[in-house]
Ligand binder design. Structure first.
Ligand SMILES: CC(=O)N[C@H](C=O)[C@@H](O)[C@H](O)[C@H](O)CO
Ligand SMILES: CC(=O)C(=O)O
Length: 312
């Protein structure tokens, strides 16, 4: 059985994987990155090797090294480090799950395999169960991201009875705009035993109203502080203030989405805001253009999102 660790809640930053200009992983800045998240953004949980971390573009050996470095650097600083261990190969996914347990991670998450796709809930659960079983002491999260995996099995359907099959199941990371599906996950979770983490940053307030227990996202790397202010206003039931924060965050995200927004652009923005070099993404992604970065910077300034810059 998974240890009944403190439930994962609040903001979880989906970390970027810093790279050097020639495409190798830049382990040397991860310590600084941890400090930046904790001190400048007030974010104490991370989700490593997911979409934002280009986990599926890294080799298994790189994924192990990246995970180990985040756990080591986050020791006594971060609350929880969740490692995404999803892969197309069950064997690789199990190897990564075992490794996450060995290094002392706080949880593992898995996406649905997206080349050969599970045709129904039972098939998908069979796969997830085998991965979870490789790390029987670690909380297990299902990472629902249908737009990228193409696996459209509804989360509320998957959740129904899942703990009978996967005893370590602890929750979901829900990256979809279907608030009916998300709401029905919350509705099923009466005893609040699962962490239901929302993954569409620009719509987080709506998910909080529905009962989200926290959020995992790429923008919490650099908008963590702003988003935490929204969470505080929500906690105090000051919905007008919370909505103002959400609109402000939306203005930025809406602007960059129109320019073309993804992991490459997130790397450029994070480099700009934190002063920590994130480097280029790995192919097939391509580096953000200078024009994008200049426009994003102007927008951040006009929204007053650029705090005092750290020395590089
Ligand atoms: C598809 C994707 O990467 N989604 C991220 C997390 O799941 C989000 O954090 C988005 O990057 C964010 O909501 C901006 O659209
Ligand atoms: C956003 C997110 O959770 C991920 O990068 O996987």
């Amino acid at each position: 059985m998974a240890l009944p660790k403190k439930k994962l809640q609040g903001l979880v930053a989906a970390t970027l994987t810093p790279m050097t200009e020639n495409g190798e992983i830049n382990f040397s800045v991860i310590g600084r990155y941890v400090d930046y998240l904790v001190k400048d953004q007030g974010v104490k949980n991370i989700f490593v090797n997911g979409t934002t971390g280009e986990g599926l573009s890294l080799s298994v050996s790189e994924r192990r090294q990246v995970a180990a470095e985040w756990v080591a650097q986050g020791k006594n600083k971060l609350d929880q480090v969740v490692i995404h261990v999803g892969a197309l190969s069950l064997k690789e996914s199990q190897e990564l799950a075992r490794h996450a347990a060995e290094i002392g991670a706080d949880g593992i998450a898995v996406i649905a395999p997206f080349f050969f796709k599970s045709q129904n809930k039972d098939a998908l659960i069979s796969f997830l169960k085998e991965v979870a079983a490789a790390a029987p002491a670690l909380p297990f999260y299902y990472y629902h991201i249908p737009a990228l995996t193409g696996v459209k099995i509804r989360a509320e359907e998957l959740l129904d009875g899942i703990q009978d099959k996967i005893p370590t199941f602890q929750g979901l990371k829900f990256t979809d705009t279907d608030l009916l599906d998300f709401g029905q996950c919350v509705d099923q979770n009466h005893q609040r035993q699962f962490a239901l983490l929302f993954g569409v940053d620009e719509q987080l307030l709506s998910a909080l109203i529905m009962g989200a227990s926290g959020a995992v996202g790429s923008t919490y790397n650099y908008l963590g502080k702003k988003t935490n202010q929204m969470l505080e206003a929500f906690e105090k039931k000051d919905f007008t203030t919370a909505l103002n924060y959400q609109f402000c965050i939306q203005r930025f995200i809406n602007y960059v989405i129109k320019l073309g927004f993804g992991v490459s652009q997130t790397k450029a923005i994070m480099t700009l805001v934190s002063g920590i070099p994130m480097g280029p993404p790995r192919l097939p992604l391509q580096k953000a253009t200078q024009e994008f970065t200049a426009n994003a910077e102007a927008k951040l300034k006009s929204l007053d999102f650029l705090g005092p810059k750290k020395g590089t």
